[in-house]
Design a binder for this molecule. Structure first.
Ligand code: 5GP
Ligand code: ZN
Length: 107
């Protein structure tokens, strides 16, 4: 998708610092963090939202990436969030998992 911001980021077009990267996924900091730790786990393949994620292997990879990255960073307590659809607050239509940590989870 040529006009997708996350496609551009995961393809390295903005020289974004990746916290983690492999052949299928990249993890980078959210530009507008809602907690002291706010990361985005993003597949390199363009998939609009969870409504279009049919690939079971990739589904597992995304969740395992959350685990690996949190382990690497020493984070044991975190929230993982996927917004699906405009009505639920999805702003970027390239599927991503939020990792939120280090703040007050009750806010
Ligand atoms: P959504 O609401 O779609 O689940 O989350 C989109 C997230 O992407 C938001 O938290 C927003 O701050 C973040 N975001 C939007 N554009 C950019 C960008 O260009 N770079 C980074 N690092 N994050 C972005
Ligand atoms: Zn995309």
């Amino acid at each position: 998708m040529s006009d997708c911001i996350f496609c551009k980021i995961v393809n390295g077009e903005f020289n974004t610092e990746f916290i983690y990267e492999d052949d299928t996924v990249a993890v980078f900091k959210d530009i507008n963090p809602k907690m002291p730790v706010h990361l985005l786990v993003v597949p390199k393949k363009h998939i609009e939202s969870l409504n279009f994620l049919e690939d079971e292997k990739l589904s597992g990879t995304l969740l395992q990436t959350v685990r690996k990255v949190c382990k690497k960073l020493g984070i044991t307590d975190y929230k993982t969030l996927i917004n699906t659809g405009k009505g639920a607050g999805q702003e970027v239509f390239h599927i991503h998992l939020h990792i939120l940590a280090g703040g007050n989870f009750n806010l």
